[in-house]
Design a binder for this molecule. Structure first.
Ligand code: HDE
Length: 751
């Protein structure tokens, strides 16, 4: 007999003995046992990966192998194995001395499974811990050839990219819609090596010198004693810092503006912040700032929406990005350059280009498009691709170089250093998502988690043992050559240039560029944040800063806080506004907007609603039917019940009916008070309308739907339309969408 048959007999006999000895097998009864020696179930085939998914590319677009491993076999093989490939018979019971006995130390499978689990978490990023990412591609227009020899910007060159979006302050599980700066980090896997453009959605930064970065982050993170508040700037240490380090006032005003609460990652601008130095094929240099311009325009949430979403759907931005990509509505941005002459004083139109708290208005230096990025693929495994992605702004291809911006210089150190703790060693560029698509031939060796099996004996240069390999590349062989920029003879000092002392003029420029409604939002944000501080002297110090920016702003915030308005300590700057900074007044494509359609239990003529649905889909938007119960109403599938719908999910609301209150509805306020004229419309629908109205969303109704508008008291107000039928109503609502919100509805006391 074959040895396997003998083993089988022994196993079966043992199983029979155990079962016999302890029958009957009553779960939970002392002495009973769950047989563990059953055969594995028949293997089934792996689930097919969804078509949008895939691992990081294993070959570059031109077919060069990147060395990334092929798709991992996790959850796709026939049988469960140990990490070393031995098939397992049981993973639900630890090996014990008898069914009621202690667990045996020899249970290698138990120890391996538990040890691996115990170490599953890695440290989150010290900043930008909360984020999400997607894959895509970039296509150069060829318009940058005058200023840079970077090959990926040449005409029609296609480069794979990975982008990670993030908030800054919150920890990894914090809510997406908090008021904060957003990270916008792009890894271009170019043929000449990786280029990481590690930017933000705000073009200026808090501080001018990297040495202050630990300080500003300590001030923004939760207080060390109670570890609150999470992912918030509305607390004493943050405002203490920014009111003492007045260079932070510019970035802070961007945070307090609608830019601090984006509607979607798809609707954000991105900025490289620093000035970079480009070099073209002839060796000429230029100074530039990088910009990402979203195809859908720049849009924001209202503050109340942001707060509600943080509770209703804390993953809102992550979900929005993945839903859009999986629906085929691929987010798109144009990469643009502001180009400045590389002059000795590194200044343009009076702006010191090395000061990262300053921007250059687009009216003075237009953003010139140089390529287009599309994100079309969600990650297969979040940890492997998003969590383990590591960006570093020192990853530069030939043609792009750094400047002496002291913030940039410090970042050049920090981004590699931080990965050594977070990704446990210096080999993080070998992780699939970080691997370049250009061939690698370095002399870096060993270290934790080394993936390569390097051949050869001479990882040094020159050598005579490995055939002299590797050789260094000449200037005509696409080598990165450091620019021989002249460093002026100067004493070694801990000091900033005099021009860095202007902390207010551009904050005022931003304020003056806002429309009245945007100014109102800024006032409300400062008032909210400062009213959450406990220390009066911090509020007063910040008001002093506002006085130096604008007297009206200062007076309004002071009134909100119930404090006297201080006098400015320096004259307010005489600056021209930059209309390009405002988000209001421009029309944008409505792609991917979510339109809620309220139907009732007796909505007659569901064909009308269905036709509306199809028109919305045809326009590249997403219709969601909201009904009193799940399942079907007529032929319509209800996608959100009244109990699960909240207005914040929708960009516009259509009412095909005014459904009566159903028994599970929370009583309306007036019904609770016993008023005789109780609402005849479900209070959850009234709340939907009320919130959508407050948040400036387009609302349309037809048929009985118009009654609901009457009950909320919004019929006939700006952006609330009624039509003869669904088609006419939708048309009127669609006309309102390109402006994103019905801006007339917001009170704007500040002209
Ligand atoms: Fe970062 N920053 N930063 N930062 N930063 C990090 O690197 C740092 C700054 C930005 O999605 C860390 O890998 C210093 C400006 C983004 O993985 C760390 C200074 C801008 C991300 C770090 C700055 C950024 C980071 C933490 C002051 C916009 C997320 C984890 C000199 C231009 C990248 C990590 C991702 C992440 C340091 C300032 C953008 C600690 C020292 C200015 C988008 O290295």
């Amino acid at each position: 007999r074959k040895p396997t048959e003998v083993v089988k007999d022994v196993v079966e006999a043992a199983a029979a003995k155990v079962t016999n000895a302890l029958t009957p097998d009553v779960p939970g009864k002392p002495g009973s046992v769950t047989p563990s020696l059953t055969e594995p179930t028949d293997p089934t085939g792996p689930p097919p990966p969804s078509k949008e998914q895939g691992t990081p590319a294993t070959v570059s677009p031109t077919g060069v192998a990147t060395g990334a491993p092929p798709i991992s076999k996790a959850q796709q093989g026939d049988f469960l194995t140990t990490s070393t490939g031995t098939r397992l018979r049981d993973t639900d019971h630890s090996l014990k001395a008898g069914p009621r006995g202690p667990v045996l130390l020899q249970d290698h499978h138990f120890r391996e499974k538990m040890t691996h689990f115990d170490h599953e978490r890695i440290p989150e990023r010290v900043v930008h811990a909360r984020g999400t990412g997607a894959h895509g591609y970039f296509i150069g227009y060829g318009t940058a050839a005058d200023v840079t020899r970077a090959a990926f910007l040449a005409k029609d060159v296609r480069t794979e990219v990975f982008v990670r979006f993030s908030t800054v302050l919150g920890s990894r599980g914090s809510a997406d819609t908090v008021r904060d700066t957003r990270g916008f980090a792009t890894k271009f896997y170019t043929e000449e090596g990786n280029f990481d453009l590690v930017g933000n959605n705000i073009p200026v930064f808090f501080i001018q010198d990297a040495i202050k970065f630990p300080d500003v982050i300590h001030a923004g993170k939760p207080h060390p004693d109670r570890e609150i508040p999470q992912a918030q700037s509305a607390h004493d240490t943050f405002w203490d810092f920014v009111s003492l380090h007045t260079e932070a006032q510019h970035h802070t005003m961007w945070n307090m503006s609608d830019r601090g609460i984006p509607r979607s990652y798809r609707m954000m601008e991105g900025f490289g912040v620093h000035t970079f130095r480009l070099v073209n094929a002839a060796g000429d240099t230029a100074l530039v700032k990088f910009h990402w311009k979203p195809k859908l325009g720049v849009h924001s949430l209202t503050w109340e929406e942001a707060q509600l979403i943080a509770g209703v759907d804390p993953d809102y931005h992550r979900r929005d990005l993945y839903d859009a990509i999986e629906a085929g509505a691929f987010p798109e941005w144009e990469l643009g350059l502001q180009v400045f002459p590389d002059t000795a004083d590194e200044t343009f139109a009076g702006v010191d280009l090395l000061d990262p708290t300053k921007m250059v208005p687009e009216e003075l230096a237009p953003v010139q498009p140089v390529g287009r990025m599309v994100l079309d693929r969600t990650p297969t495994n979040f940890f492997a691709e998003v969590e383990q992605s590591a960006f570093h702004l020192g990853h530069l291809p030939p043609g792009i170089d750094v400047t002496n911006d002291p913030l940039l210089q410090g970042r050049l150190f920090s981004y590699v250093d931080t990965q050594i703790t977070r990704l446990a060693g210096p080999n993080f560029n070998q992780i699939p998502v970080n691997r370049p698509h250009a061939p690698v031939n370095d002399m870096l060796r060993d270290g934790f988690h080394q993936q390569a099996v390097h051949g050869g004996v001479a990882p040094y240069r020159p050598n005579s043992l490995d055939g002299g390999n590797p050789f260094t590349a000449g200037a005509d062989q696409a080598a990165f050559a450091d620019l021989p920029v002249t460093v002026t003879e100067a004493p070694k000092v801990r000091a900033s240039p005099a021009s860095f002392a202007d902390h207010y003029s551009q904050v005022r420029l931003f304020w003056l560029s806002m429309t009245p409604v945007e100014r109102e939002h800024i006032i409300n944000a400062y008032t909210f944040e400062l009213s959450r501080c406990y220390h009066q002297e911090i509020r007063e110090r910040q008001l002093q800063c506002l006085a130096n920016i604008d007297p009206v702003l200062c007076a309004e915030v002071a009134a909100g806080l119930g404090l006297p308005t201080p006098e400015a300590t320096e004259p307010v700057a005489d600056v021209a506004p930059s209309p390009a900074l405002s988000q209001v007044g421009q029309a944008w494509p409505p792609d991917g907007r979510v339109i809620g359609i309220v139907v009732g239990p007796q909505t007659g003529g569901t064909e009308d609603v269905d036709a509306v649905r199809r028109t919305i889909l045809g326009a590249g938007m997403v219709p969601l039917v909201i009904g009193p119960h799940g399942g079907l109403i007529g032929d319509l599938t209800v996608q959100r019940t009244f109990a699960a719908a909240r207005s914040v999910e929708f960009d516009a609301l259509l009412l095909a009916a005014a459904p009566a209150p159903s028994p599970d509805a929370i009583p309306a306020r007036d019904a609770k008070a016993g008023a005789s004229d109780s609402a005849t419309v479900d209070p959850r629908v009234l709340l939907l309308i009320d919130e959508a109205w407050r948040h400036g969303k387009a609302i349309g109704a037809w048929g009985t739907g118009a009654e609901a508008l009457q009950q909320v008291g919004v019929a006939g107000s700006p952006g609330v339309v009624t039509g003869e039928d669904g088609a006419a109503t939708l048309e009127a609502v669609q006309a309102l969408l390109p402006l994103h919100r019905v801006w007339d509805r917001f009170p704007a006391s500040v002209a």
